[in-house]
Ligand binder design. Structure first.
Ligand SMILES: Cc1cc2nc3c(=O)[nH]c(=O)nc-3n(C[C@H](O)[C@H](O)[C@H](O)COP(=O)(O)OP(=O)(O)OC[C@H]3O[C@@H](n4cnc5c(N)ncnc54)[C@H](O)[C@@H]3O)c2cc1C
Length: 404
């Protein structure tokens, strides 16, 4: 049984964990990452993550800083505008719509959209050139003993790693969080979302479109063309049983249903990928740290996929954690002062974002006509009062006090 010494051990090889490995590697820390499986880095592969992520400006600056953006930029699509459409009934009837333009904040775009498998591909490629980062796939975090000046971690293959800091980026069911004795509050909505890729005859013009109706939003996020046709990633939220039915219905029937749900805004939609189902929950850890341990990303918070908040919030965790590690230096890395500062700086922003999206989800998915009226009035009020519109757009774009 081998024992390795390192400065930072990261559990979790999703986008958050791999980006953390690259960020800490670039910051000069010796880093080991463990994860049960290597990431799937091809779109057509069996277990490929068919979600896309709208990376907002702070995330893009982080990618630039860690040398990842050059690899990703060629397949990223800019998001210059967000169109919000309010509909009721079936077939959905449009009541009203509003457009939120990045130019209103003096920006050309809110961010860039990328397929998740493509981001994983870029991360693996760039991490391959890092001498101070070791990726160990095929093993997982199993148990730990935290001491005053180090943490000893046992892996599932029997090896152990001794580190100054253990970072739990091991997803919503985090074993690191549990071993550290950190509790979570979870809300189950009984909703599921479908994620898939479509092509359509009309151009998306780099506009992301969110179409609200009971059950949750139907969101079209711009992608590069597929076989010469304009394309978008779709996130379609529904009550669980309905989502299940949509996921398994014949493709032709599904295409008719989703085109109707999209109000044909981009013309008839043509399915270009498998349909993947994701359960929707809201979850927040009671703390972000324990002795020699920091948790981040979905190990710390899960947010319904509305307004591109999930992974962007996770990257804000990472930026703060890196800054605190650099401030603490090698001697203070993983120490109580560094971890308390991380907890203090991130907790409020995370609490607010989880609460805001939870409330938004409850109001927007409701079949109650009074809630549907509130949804419509809310959309118009937020948009039509210029100061409020800009404040909400700014809040959605990033966390106060975080800069890449
Ligand atoms: C449909 C959909 C659309 C979304 N769109 C957006 C968007 O536009 N913008 C946005 O910001 N966010 C978005 N999100 C949220 C975003 O996708 C997630 O926040 C993100 O993918 C989670 O990444 P993660 O690395 O935290 O977790 P995961 O991807 O779950 O990674 C966790 C990793 O830890 C590994 N692991 C598990 N157990 C262990 C262990 N014991 N030891 C070591 N490793 C372990 C797992 O194998 C996995 O590799 C969306 C979510 C959904 C569902």
């Amino acid at each position: 049984m081998a024992r390795t010494r390192t400065e930072i051990l990261i559990a979790g090889g999703g986008i958050a964990g791999l980006t953390a490995a690259l960020t800490f590697g670039r910051a000069g820390f010796r880093t080991v990452l463990v994860s049960p499986e290597p990431p799937v880095t091809e779109g057509a592969a069996d277990r490929s993550d068919l979600r896309s992520t709208a990376f907002l400006r702070l995330a893009i600056s982080l990618f630039e800083r860690i040398g990842l953006w050059d690899d990703l930029a060629t397949t990223a699509t800019p998001l210059n505008m967000l169109r919000v459409v309010d509909t009721v009934g079936w077939p959905p009837a449009i009541r009203d719509s509003r457009e939120f333009d990045a130019a209103d904040l003096g920006q050309q775009s809110f961010g860039w959209n990328l397929m998740n498998w493509r981001v994983l591909q870029g991360l693996i490629r760039v991490l391959g050139g890092m001498e101070n980062v070791e990726l160990r796939f095929g093993t997982r975090f199993s148990a730990m003993v935290a001491r005053d000046n180090e943490v000893i971690v046992r892996l599932s293959d029997g090896d152990s790693v001794v580190a100054k800091l253990l970072i739990g980026a091991d997803g919503r069911g985090s074993a690191v969080r549990e071993a550290a004795g950190i509790g979570v509050r979870t809300t189950h909505y009984g909703q599921k979302t479908l994620a898939f890729v479509v092509s359509h005859p009309k151009s998306h013009n780099n506009v992301s479109t969110e179409i609200y109706n009971e059950g949750g939003p139907f969101t079209l996020v711009p992608l590069p063309d597929v076989d010469g046709h304009p394309a978008s990633a779709v996130v379609w939220m529904n009550p669980g049983s309905h989502a299940q039915e949509l996921a398994t219905m014949p493709a032709v029937e599904f295409e008719a249903r989703m085109s109707e749900r999209s109000c044909y805004m981009l013309g008839p939609l043509h399915l270009r990928s498998e349909r993947r189902l994701w359960p929707i929950i809201s979850q927040r850890a009671e703390r972000l740290s324990a002795r020699r341990v920091a948790i981040m990303a979905e190990a710390a918070h899960v947010i319904p996929p509305i307004g591109a908040q999930g992974l962007n919030t996770s990257l804000n965790d990472l930026i703060l954690l890196r800054d605190e590690a650099l401030k603490a230096g090698r001697d203070g890395l993983g120490g109580a002062a560094m971890l308390a500062a991380y907890d203090r700086c991130r907790s409020t922003d995370i609490r607010r974002r989880v609460a805001a999206i939870d409330l938004f989800n409850r109001v927007t998915r409701s079949p109650d006509p009074r809630m549907q009226m509130l949804r419509l009035t809310g959309m118009k009020t937020i948009h039509d009062i210029a100061g409020l519109r800009r404040a909400v757009m700014r809040a959605g774009m990033g966390a106060a006090g975080v800069s890449s």
